[in-house]
Design a protein. Structure first.
Length: 274
């Protein structure tokens, strides 16, 4: 499996297919495997890169120098440099969109396009931030995501009507339950605090290119509701689309819809500029 050393730690990624490059940036608590349906389809026409956040999947622990999501954007650029990729279309879901916007603002010359999914780059509402931080403290103290916390955390990621006995739901729950104490304390909890303690980028969204930016959101996303997507789309001046019958991980709850939307967006980008 391919790795690149960034800030002293091993960052895991996959690199599949040939053609214009697409970088898939996923959600907190999920690894690159969350993109499996999109990777299978997009890699038939594009070079698809997908990375694991620190402490997620096969990536190493979060580097001690990390203090903000700007660091993740810088580390992703280091990965692109390592792969000799000059320009990429970035598809960022949840925290992937939060740091993806930072990459777009810091290095706009590196992007052919930007798709932001189920994400929000304003500050976390204070009651929500305090609530999430209280969950992080419980996980840090115990070194485990307890069954009681799993009952709280897992449903956040899915639409209310999902079958809790479905493989998608149960596999995610099992992966969280199996996370070891050192990974939780060294990477997962610190990464969560960085994510939900982020600063406000809403005032800078007008700097993005509306012609090459698209927003998507599950129509039943609870942590990042469609109202946030609409707010950001208006600030950017770009279109947005709601993914039907989908919650926060919209690309897995309605993979066919999301994959088709991404293929249409990518087809609109000039492949000669990649």
């Amino acid at each position: 499996m391919p790795f690149v050393t960034v800030d002293g730690q091993a960052l895991h990624y996959i690199d599949k297919g040939k053609g214009p490059a697409v970088l898939l940036a996923g959600s907190y608590l999920w690894d690159q495997a969350m993109w499996a349906p999109q990777i299978a389809a997009l890699s038939q026409h594009y070079r698809v890169i997908a990375l694991d956040l620190w402490g997620h999947g096969e990536s190493g622990r979060m580097p001690e120098c990390m203090t903000s999501l700007d660091d993740v954007a810088r580390q992703a650029l280091a990965l692109l440099d390592h792969l000799h990729i000059d320009r990429v279309t970035l598809v960022g879901l949840s925290v992937g969109g939060m740091w993806g916007v930072r990459l777009a603002l810091s290095a706009p010359q590196r992007l052919n396009g930007l798709v932001l999914m189920d994400t929000y780059v304003g500050v976390e509402p204070e009651p929500t931030r305090q609530y999430y931080f209280s969950l992080f403290k419980q996980i840090e103290d115990s070194g485990v995501i307890s069954p009681q916390l799993l009952d709280i955390i897992v449903p956040i990621f899915f639409r209310p009507g999902i079958d809790p006995q479905s493989a998608l739901y149960q596999d995610f729950r099992a992966r969280l339950a199996a996370l070891p104490a050192d990974r939780l304390r060294q990477s997962i909890v610190p990464m969560g605090r960085i994510t939900f303690g982020r600063d406000d980028l809403l005032p800078r969204l007008g700097e993005l290119n509306p012609e090459t930016t698209r927003l998507m959101c599950g129509d039943q996303d609870k942590p990042r509701p469609p109202s946030e997507t609409k707010e950001m789309a208006e600030l950017i001046g770009c279109p947005y689309v709601l993914v039907p019958e989908a919650g926060h991980i919209s690309n897995l709850e309605n993979p066919a819809f999301v994959t088709e939307a991404l293929l249409r967006f990518l087809a609109d980008r000039d492949p000669c500029s990649a």
